[in-house]
Design a protein around this ligand. Sequence first.
Ligand code: NAD
Ligand code: DAU
Length: 367
Amino acid sequence: MPPSRLLVTGGAGFIGANFVHYWLAKHPGDRLVVLDALTYAGNRASLATAAGHPSYRFVHGNILDLNLVTGLLREEEIDTVVHFAAESHVDRSILGPDAFIETNVVGTHTLLKAARAVWLAGSGRPHRFHHVSTDEVYGSLAPADPPFSERTAYAPNSPYSASKASSDHLVRAYHHTYGLCTTTSNCSNNYGPYQFPEKLIPLMMVNILHGKPLPLYGDGQNIRDWLYVEDHCRGIELVLERGGVGEVYNLGGHNEWANIDIVRLLCRLLDEAFAQDPELIRRFPDAPASQGRLAASLITWVKDRPGHDRRYAIDAEKSRRELGYLPKESFASGIEKTIAWMLANEPWWRQVMDGSYRDWIGRQYGA
Ligand code: NAD
Ligand code: DAU
């Protein structure tokens, strides 16, 4: 069943906003309704270019509001939910897990209840509930372990990953018990435009531009499997178009990097950007390159994240075989695009770095 009337939850966040732009460009005739509570991580500015699109509507609201969600599914005759809305930052889940249980567990359950009421007990319309999840539900890998496959046992280690694992189980149960047409994708670490600068890659870039310390947790050798966000959006599109009902698909980048190597790469690429474009020296006088220093001189070792997972890696063979999924972007080209986007969109990241962000960074690093 090709989607044609979509409800995208969390569409003002990082991946959600990229998905909205991707979908409107590729499927301009589809109705696309965004539902977003605009938490600290949600930003209307990330959707500014979607605003004029005739098929697009933004609803400021919470996925915990059952009446609102049920009303939207009915009134907009939604046939496909793409569920991104979540609390997504591991460090925040360690400091305050409650919001993660509320949004990620109770919020997902609220959406499932609404979908069941409208699609199964009500219209009987062909439908799809797609749940966007994470590789963190599988726990942590040792260096020689094979990557996570869809058959890997769940072993979530942080309040964030435990809340996502709970939501994955609820989605599974609503398919198994009630026959709701669901799919789930478990994806590795994303990077790219519109990512909130609390996550590793944009945080390090913004700190280099401001000449602030680059805080590396532990020994900096933790490994993540990085995927350019547009490849994730295309993976979700493939799941919606070709995925089997009730199935789970892993999406990843075949791109494992230790944190220290990523930070060194960002330092080198930004030093080179300053050398090539003297205008950057005027715009960012506090950056090390503006003062004749190397960005890598900002690297600072800080206390490790409690329970820090050592390594994630995704086996995306099922998605390749069944959906034809393969990431298109290389890490070199994806990082280059991301740096270019950050340098061209300074007003965007300055705007999202409001008081709440500064409070958070201050608490974390005493900045
Ligand atoms: P994000 O934190 O950037 O955005 C989350 C969005 O959800 C924000 O717009 C926020 O306002 C909205 N939101 C939060 N609580 C809400 C609520 N109760 N009701 C309505 N809207 C609410 O997150 P992201 O990085 O874009 O991640 C999106 C999804 O993808 C999440 O489910 C996350 O678990 C998953 N995921 C993320 C990554 C990654 O690397 N970022 C990787 C794999 C999976
Ligand atoms: O794997 C998918 C997950 O990736 C998503 O489900 C999460 O929503 C997303 O936030 C991300 O989780 P991580 O914890 O891996 O991402 P983060 O950017 O917070 O950290 C990446 C790595 O960098 C991790 O090993 C911790 C380390 N780190 C992070 C920050 C913010 C540092 O060393 N210093 C930092 O300041």
